[in-house]
Design a protein around this ligand. Structure first.
Ligand SMILES: [Ca+2]
Ligand SMILES: [Ca+2]
Length: 145
C-alpha cells in the first residue's frame, strides 16, 4: 500500500513528485529533501576532498579523520563544538548555516553532549564515506536515507 503526502501549502508541484519521503524528522516534501540533498552534497564533497584517497582504506581513513579532527579542534580540548565545525568548513571554502552545523553535530554526537569527540567523528566519517560511495553510484540521497 502506497502512502502519498500532499504538501500543507495545498499547491501542486508538477515538476516534482508530490510524494513525500519518511525521514527521522517526519514526512517531508520532495522540495525539502532536495534542499537537504544539496546541503548534504556540498558538505560531504568538501569532506571527501579533504579525506582524499584515504577513503579507500579503513585504517588510512581513520588516520586522515584523526588529522582532520585535530585541525578542527582549534582549542585542543578533544571536542569539536559548533563554532569549530563551522570555522573549519569555512576555512575549506564552505559556508554552512547554523542549522546545517547543528544537523551535522546532532548526527555525529553519539553520547548527546553537544560536542563531537574523536571516536564520534571517526564513526561519522566511516558512515559518510560509505554513504558517499553509494551516493555516487545512485546519484540520489533519497534512495539511501
Ligand atoms: Ca574544541
Ligand atoms: Ca559527543
Amino acid at each position: 500500500m502506497l502512502q502519498s503526502y500532499h504538501g500543507s501549502e495545498g499547491e501542486q508541484h508538477p515538476r516534482n513528485s508530490s510524494m513525500g519521503v519518511k525521514t527521522r524528522d517526519g514526512w517531508q516534501t520532495s522540495r525539502q529533501i532536495a534542499a537537504q540533498d544539496k546541503a548534504w552534497k556540498k558538505s560531504r564533497s568538501t569532506l571527501m576532498d579533504k579525506l582524499g584517497t584515504a577513503a579507500d582504506d579503513t585504517q588510512s581513513l581513520l588516520t586522515a579523520a584523526e588529522k582532520f579532527f585535530k585541525e578542527m579542534d582549534a582549542d585542543g580540548n578533544g571536542q569539536i563544538d559548533h563554532g569549530e565545525l563551522k570555522n573549519s568548513f569555512a576555512s575549506l571554502g564552505l559556508q554552512l548555516t547554523k542549522k546545517e552545523v547543528n544537523d551535522m553535530i546532532q548526527e555525529a554526537d553519539g553520547d548527546g553532549d553537544g560536542f563531537i569527540d574523536l571516536q564520534e567523528f571517526q564513526a561519522l566519517v566511516k558512515i559518510e564515506v560509505s554513504r558517499w560511495k553509494r551516493y555516487q553510484k545512485t546519484s540520489s540521497f533519497c534512495a539511501i536515507a
